[in-house]
Design a protein around this ligand. Structure first.
Ligand code: GLU
Length: 464
């Protein structure tokens, strides 16, 4: 069975690059009827926090990236890493190293000075340390005895064949002085123990993969498939970061994006299925493959994300949108006044919105006190138009309350006063909503309801 995972380090919010990696791993598992596991890599005690764990869990749940196992925390597995480390020592593939951090710095400086690549010099390798007495009071680190020769080769599912010479790799640390594993060691033990078949992650880890493969081999563990997904860049071509604006998943949630729209956008950013731009989560699961993940970095495009969000808003039913709007208003303490029925109002407004917030704003217009700017008042609410509105208001008192009949009354009024549609529609929009742009005015009038329309017209007329 195919098993993939997402293995974030809880050192901050879940950013959209991480979310996209999670999405690809999730979609790959779901497509193949496999399983998806969430593992929290919390071994960096200084930088990990409870809040970050919570932000990751909240973001995953908001995005609907469900996992079959987890969250599994690395800090709960220290005994297991120790046990695997012991087996490596026993096999002569790992050794205790007593070089102090100061000595390491001096070593690197000397190497640089000599024009060499800075690296650990292997002084505590078993073959070099014969008869050497470990210094007192120094907590050793455990190092991996990396093979000296040969190449590490793997067929990356995204990038193709990658070859790295062992001469490029030094004896990296497996366990720190405090017994906590390094990323490169913990990840191998976990990916093996959790029976992961495919490791899908950001390509900032390509350099780590040959080290990890060597550890797999030293332990006789089966090597999983690797797929390294290119980074997301900002519009300036630099790696996407805070300075490019919103990068955390929760911020998009708070700004009124739909989770499926963000997923759609992120999936498409660096992966393609023909010309399809707008698709559902189910379609993504049906279509997803690693062959069509791009080998080059993707550029984040806020305009396209907004557009994708707008397209998804159109796909959501009016009832569901109405519910989202209600909830948004409750959570932002916006007071509802008595107003038109929400689902039909949403039906009128949703085609124009690119975010839930825009939709909320345009919806609220129908519930709030009307505010008309002085400029609009001077331009549209003239003394000439006053009798026209009065006549239209009395027609509305009698008319059957449906869009077609209201439209009929508008036409009659236009004919009677020999004016054109905008001359009547603009003042009506202003008096009824305070806005100069609304959906079709007959539909707006129908939704606001006879009593409210008449009272707004009356209030408005008295101020002309
Ligand atoms: N904790 C690592 C990170 O957040 C995970 C890398 C991996 O997926 O192996 O970058």
């Amino acid at each position: 069975m195919i098993r993939t995972r997402f293995a974030p380090s809880p050192t901050g919010y879940l950013h959209i690059g991480g979310a996209r990696t999670a999405l690809y791993a999730w979609a790959f598992a779901r497509k193949h009827g496999g399983q998806f596991i969430l593992r929290v890599e919390d071994t960096d005690k200084e930088r990990s926090s409870e809040e970050s764990v919570q932000a990751i869990l909240d973001s995953m749940s908001w995005l609907g990236l469900d996992y079959d196992e987890g969250p599994i925390f690395q800090m709960d597995r220290l005994t297991r890493y120790r046990e695997v480390a012991e087996s490596l020592i026993a096999a002569g593939k790992a050794y205790w190293c007593y070089t102090t951090p100061d000595e390491l710095t001096a070593m690197r400086e000397a190497q640089r000075f000599a024009g060499l690549k800075p690296r650990y010099n292997g002084e505590w390798r078993p073959e070099n340390a014969l008869g050497k007495i470990p210094p007192e009071g120094i907590k050793p680190v455990l190092r991996f005895r990396n093979p000296d020769r040969g190449d590490v080769v793997w067929d990356d599912l995204v990038k193709g064949k990658i070859t790295v010479s062992n001469e490029e790799l030094d004896d990296f640390i497996l366990l720190r002085g405090d017994g906590i594993p390094t990323y490169n060691f913990g990840v191998v033990v976990d990916d093996h123990d959790m029976k992961l078949t495919h490791v899908i992650r950001g390509d900032d880890h390509v350099n780590n993969t040959p080290r990890q493969i060597n550890v797999y081999q030293a332990l006789n563990f089966e090597i999983p498939f690797f797929g390294h997904v290119p980074m997301i860049l900002g519009s300036d071509g630099e790696r996407l970061s805070k300075r490019h604006g919103a990068v955390s998943v929760t911020q998009y949630r708070d700004e009124g994006f739909l989770p499926d729209a963000l997923l759609n956008y992120l999936a498409r950013l660096g992966w393609s299925h023909g010309d399809d731009e707008v698709f559902t989560k189910d379609q993504l699961v049906q279509w997803f493959d690693l062959e069509h993940v791009s080998r080059s970095p993707a550029q984040f495009d806020a305009v396209k994300l907004n557009w994708t969000n707008g397209e998804h808003i159109k796909l959501v039913s009016n009832e569901v949108l109405a519910e989202i709007i209600r909830k948004t208003c409750v959570s932002s303490a916006i007071q509802w006044k008595d107003g038109p029925d929400l689902p039909p109002l949403v039906a009128l407004l949703k085609d124009r919105a690119t975010s839930i917030h825009e939709l909320v704003t345009s919806t609220l217009v129908f519930f709030q006190d009307i505010k008309i700017s002085e400029e609009d008042r001077a331009k549209f609410l003239t003394l000439e138009i006053k009798p026209v509105i009065e006549a239209f208001a009395s027609a509305l008192r009698e008319v059957d309350w449906d869009r077609a009949s209201i439209g009929g009354s508008i036409k009659n009024t236009l004919k009677e006063f020999k004016i054109k549609m905008p001359q009547l529609a603009m003042p009506l929009r202003l008096l009824l909503t305070g806005q100069t742009q609304t959906p079709a005015i007959d539909a707006v009038i129908e939704l606001i309801g006879r009593e409210r329309v008449l009272s707004r017209l009356e209030t408005g007329l008295s101020s002309i």
